[in-house]
Design a protein around this ligand. Structure first.
Ligand SMILES: Nc1ncnc2c1ncn2[C@@H]1O[C@H](COP(=O)(O)OP(=O)(O)OP(=O)(O)O)[C@@H](O)[C@H]1O
Ligand SMILES: [Mg+2]
Length: 476
């Protein structure tokens, strides 16, 4: 998962969690407040009714309490209001439909504290129609004696619905605020994620460039935080790498040049001895001299490769273009390698796909390209086939080597063109000799002509190297 996605998700998760917790507390707080307010209002209503009843008892006139009862039962939460006058023995229930039921009920279970004048805890019970009632009662007193009883029945379901209605306003408000906070949180987390991920992406791109050999790839991240520190460290590392690379290049160029001169002298001495100019050689001497000659040849080839690589890196390769008899040169090289091919059980073929193939290029470099590809194809193939194919396509010259050898895992495709890179061969398999410079040279010389090299290969499936050269070099 990408850093930005991970960051956005965890940030949004934190926002949602915080919102849920705060919603819970706000909702519960609001619910408890409304519950208390509703209870206070019920208490207020029963004590007002008790007051009206007391007034009526004092005046021996029930009109005041009856009027009050009429207004109270208009409240949709109130199911009934009842009043009993103990001195006259009258009972009034509003609405009258509940008269009998409530009277019987009241006589059965007179409130336990009918002697008390204040309102106590509400009583809950069910009416015969199943309606659950929360009943408040109070006993108005005259001269210390209970003179009557008032009762107010509230519908429990209506009370709960009212409470739910009040709190649902909060729920709605909270959800709207929650959605707004969530959207804002998401934007903030996306912005933050981008803010953090963008410089890291730049550094990662820089790393890829450095990996592909572009040592001028400094990243521009000017931040005072840890990411800024990382970018600065990365840049100083790239600068150091570049310095090291230049030192290595200078060293290689210097050493190869210094080695070349004595090697040249050794070669001349060998030729002199082999020609017998210093007197006749014994059989053993000739044998040793041949070994020295071969080793000197290998060493000279290696030093020449190093020199060419150093020149390529210093961009000092300048092709000397001239018309190349492509077929003749490639055939000569193929013929040169035929004995080695036979020895390895390889059928080596040269295929010409166009009747006349023309190319203007540096002959020595063209031969070096062909030689390196051909020697690789043979080196990594045994008991199979190697084809060198010459053709033309879209006005370009194409040189292709196809082999049925060990093949190359795609993860190495880019790397094998780097200096000294060789694919590690599995233990037990014969390790072909080489210094890992051949393909660097092929690529460098091809590009110096304005061409390109392509590779198609899978492990165990053989390899195809395809060099495309413009018929006239572009960089003359
Ligand atoms: N035709 C091929 N089949 C399989 N592997 C190959 C082939 N050509 C190149 N390679 C792989 O690429 C690596 C680099 O090749 P390159 O020619 O640069 O070096 P080398 O052949 O090992 O040494 P040098 O060419 O300097 O003598 C080889 O070591 C080998 O692992
Ligand atoms: Mg090679």
């Amino acid at each position: 998962m990408k850093l930005m996605t991970r960051f956005s998700l965890s940030h949004s998760g934190t926002v949602i969690l915080t919102l849920l917790i705060s919603f819970f507390f706000i909702y519960e707080g609001a619910r408890l407040t409304y519950q208390r307010q509703a209870r206070l209002s019920q208490e207020q209503q029963i004590s007002d009714l008790a007051l009206a009843a007391k007034e009526s008892l004092v005046q021996h006139e029930d009109v005041a309490v009856l009027n009050f009862m009429k207004s109270v039962v208009r409240n949709p939460l109130v199911v009934y209001a009842a009043y009993s006058n103990f001195s006259s023995g009258t009972h009034t229930v509003l609405p009258q439909t509940l008269d009998k039921e409530l009277l019987a009920d009241w006589q059965k279970s007179k409130p336990a504290d009918s002697s008390a004048s204040g309102s106590g805890q509400p009583n809950t019970f069910r009416l015969s129609n199943g309606l659950e009632i929360v009943e408040w009662s109070s006993t108005p007193r005259l001269e210390g004696h209970a003179a009557g009883l008032v009762r107010l029945g509230f519908s429990k379901a209506a009370l709960e619905k009212d409470l739910a209605g009040q709190t649902s306003k909060w729920t709605q408000l909270e959800s709207e605020a929650g959605v707004a906070a969530l959207i804002m949180g998401l934007f903030v987390s996306l912005w933050l994620g981008r803010h953090l991920a963008a410089p890291l992406k730049k550094i990662s791109e820089g790393t890829h460039l450095v990996r592909s050999g572009k040592l001028d790839s400094l990243v521009e991240v000017n931040r005072p935080d840890e990411i800024g520190d990382l970018a600065r460290d990365f840049n100083s590392m790239v600068v150091q790498l570049k310095e090291l690379d230049e030192m290595k290049r200078d060293f290689t160029a210097g050493v190869t040049h210094d080695l070349g001169t004595p090697l040249h002298a050794i070669r001349s001495a060998i030729n002199y001895l082999q020609a017998g100019d210093a007197g006749p050689l014994t059989e053993k001497q000739s044998e040793y001299l041949l070994m020295v000659s071969n080793s000197t040849g290998n060493l000279t080839a290696f030093i020449n490769n190093l020199l060419t690589t150093a020149r390529i890196e210093a961009a000092k390769v300048e092709p000397y273009p001239e018309p190349v008899d492509v077929f003749a040169h490639v055939k000569e090289l193929v013929d040169l390698y035929q004995p080695q091919a036979q020895e390895r059980g390889v059928k080596l073929m040269l295929v010409k796909k166009a009747p006349y193939i023309s190319l203007v290029a540096d002959v020595t470099m063209f031969r070096q390209i062909t030689l390196n590809l051909l020697s690789n194809a043979l080196k990594f193939t045994s008991n199979g086939e190697v084809e060198v194919i010459l053709s033309e396509e879209n006005g370009n010259f194409i040189l292709e080597t196809r082999d049925t050898g060990i093949g190359i895992d795609p993860k190495h495709h880019q790397l094998i063109f780097e200096k000294f890179y060789r694919v590690h061969q599995p233990t037990g398999s014969p390790a072909p000799q080489g210094s890992g410079l051949g393909l660097t040279i092929v690529k460098g010389l091809t590009e110096a002509h304005g061409g390109k090299v392509m590779l198609e290969s899978e492990l165990g499936q053989g390899s195809v190297f395809r060099v495309t050269l413009p018929k006239q070099p572009r960089r003359i």
